[in-house]
Design a protein around this ligand. Sequence first.
Ligand SMILES: *Cc1c(COP(=O)(O)O)cnc(C)c1O
Length: 417
Amino acid sequence: MRQTRRTASRALGTPVPEIIGGAGPQAGRIGRVTFPERAAEIDLDALRHNVRQVRDVAHPARIMAVVKADAYGHGALPVARAALEAGAAWLGVAHVSEGVALRKAGIEAPILAWLHTAGTDFTAGVEHGLDLGISGWELDHVVASARELERPAIVHLKIDTGLGRNGCPPDKWEALLSRAVEYQEEGLIRVVGIFSHLAVADEPARPETDAQVQAFREAVAAAENAGIDVEVRHLANTPATFSRPDCHFDLVRVGLGIYGLSPFSDQGSADLGLKPVMTLSTIVSSCKEVPAGHGVSYGYTHRTAKPTTLGLIPVGYGDGVPRIATGAPVLVNGRMYPVIGRIAMDQLVIDFGTTGLADSPDSPLGARAVLFGGVGAPAVEDWAAAAQTINYEVVTRISDRVERVYLNVVQENHGGA
Ligand SMILES: *Cc1c(COP(=O)(O)O)cnc(C)c1O
């Protein structure tokens, strides 16, 4: 949690970043810009919209907003607050420490944490009233904490229906259930949930999801037979929420979708009724003409084919921009230009593809450069494709060096929803 971030204190009433004197081509050239040099703008109205959209899709199941990894790079606390405002019932994190940080910041909603080690502070988790995902070995640790604190731990038992990560193997499920029932009868735990995680839901036609759903139903039935009164059964992630209503059960655990991104290769954000939440931008820091044959950046992997104008964009892998994303688009003054040559730690170069620009009144020096997000700008998916990865990774890795600027922190009145 980055509560001390500058943006946290400027959250209230933060104006939409705007260039003083208008956004024309020359605006900001002499440094009179009010937007940060490097910003990931986080539009909390877009986030609330996405939560409501997911709510409509998943109805009557409830929503767990997954805010692990600092809300996929968007900022766990502001995102958690906005998601709860928009109707999320639950929050999900991987680590107990992530959940404890949210509690310490004043979040009172149920929070589930599911990825533990022998180094996890289960006592802090129980003390802060977190829900704890249990796959097996963790149960005794959690029970020890519950005894120490004289307070029952809230647990969700996790069955491995095929993903092969954590989750209890089916042949050990009965044994886990009977231990859990014993501890519950002793008043040391309260089992409120049964859950599992899907492997291939982003490819809805694949049959393996059917097998996982079937295994999940059997695991839930076994829990009920063992005498557990299951309050929430949950299996779906974002892709299953949108493509497999048979996976909705009582609760859907949605991460990517609330950030406005699509998990599918053949459908974008708009196709799912979602709005991307993060816009990554900076300021063109240098603009100059070079002759044909000029080398660009380390290794000279690129040489200019003809005389052209280069723009220097002051973000690189130190800011979380993938080093291999050469060719990705950057928006400057309403047009897209490709990244050329190697992306470095602090900077990358784009090719304006023309001459006569650098010293003209239309010079892009000082203009806003948008890597992704926002109307008419490149999509996160363009950067993911150039970097041979997925949209999840691109936003999640944007580093702390990039200031988060929260837009629409105060909820708009949206007419009774
Ligand atoms: C990260 C995660 C999710 C959310 O996945 P999305 O595809 O981003 O919706 C759900 N459940 C578990 C167990 C996770 O680890």
